[in-house]
Design a protein around this ligand. Structure first.
Ligand code: FPP
Length: 246
């Protein structure tokens, strides 16, 4: 039986997050520049987005560019920004055809103006779509997000809009970039690295983590379906005992 056939539609992760890693190593293996790997990586973005729509995962969040990625060589950063703009232009049709709403999280003001404009346009054009939400994490860092959240809540306390005792998990959640998204159920990282790299630290508190050696440009629908089957075979206890669950 194929991995897809083994998927139980009643036990799907509601929110899948992916750290797309390995573009540079993939390109090196082919004797090409790192940027070639990023270009191939955009094809995997499309394939995985379509796969999620196909099996009805409602929220997909992709780590496309971290706050730390600004420290990469200038030409690589420029290419990644160009790829973002060209992919948005090219993929708007895929988003509309699959009824997918685009969303973005991160310090978006740090992006080049052209990328900000293109992003705003696609977000606006797809805002009524309701089959699935694709969130791109761009210039995103979880510590930056949490710092911003604390600053905003502190201002509210200072202006007597809330008292310190009112601050609870729900209020914090409402100030994060991901305020419209549920907690992450499954986090996948490709390329064999086993770390979180400042991605959705608050939101993955109870996520299942899945690491694979496949490099992102080689990541296919079938690899994703395999990860979902693996996720569905795990027992998510959320701090309870096995007996309490059954
Ligand atoms: C990690 O590979 C990948 C990135 C930093 C960028 C991810 C970007 C894409 C997949 C393409 C653009 C995406 C969109 C949404 C248009 P790496 O460069 O860290 O690889 P390495 O670890 O092998 O060096």
């Amino acid at each position: 039986m194929s991995f897809k056939d083994q998927i139980d539609p009643k036990k799907l992760p509601q929110h899948l997050a992916v750290i797309m890693d390995g573009n540079g190593r993939w390109a090196k293996q082919q004797g090409k520049f790192r940027t070639f790997g990023h270009e191939k990586g955009t094809k995997a973005v499309r394939e995985i987005t379509e796969a999620c729509a196909e099996i009805n995962i409602p929220y997909l969040t992709l780590y496309a560019f971290s706050t730390e990625n600004w420290n990469r060589p200038r030409l690589e950063v420029e290419l990644l920004m160009k790829l973002l703009v060209s992919s948005l232009k090219k993929e708007i049709k895929t988003l509309q055809d699959n009824n997918i709403k685009l969303n973005a999280i991160g310090n978006l003001e740090a992006l080049p103006k052209k990328a900000q404009r293109e992003l705003e346009e696609v977000i606006d054009k797809t805002k009524e779509n309701n089959r699935m939400m694709l969130t791109l994490a761009l210039s995103y860092g979880s510590r930056e997000e949490i710092t911003k959240t604390i600053q905003e809540i502190s201002h509210k306390v200072k202006n007597n809009l809330i008292s310190p005792g009112d601050i609870d998990e729900e209020i914090i959640q409402k100030h994060l970039y991901t305020q419209n998204l549920p907690d992450v159920d499954l986090l996948i990282r490709t390329s064999g690295e086993q770390r979180i790299s400042n991605f959705l630290l608050w939101q993955i508190a109870y996520a299942e983590l899945y690491f694979t050696d496949i490099l992102w440009p080689d990541y296919t629908k079938n690899h994703l379906f395999e990860a979902i089957v693996n996720y569905q075979n795990r027992e998510r206890r959320f701090g309870k005992t096995s007996e309490q669950l059954s």
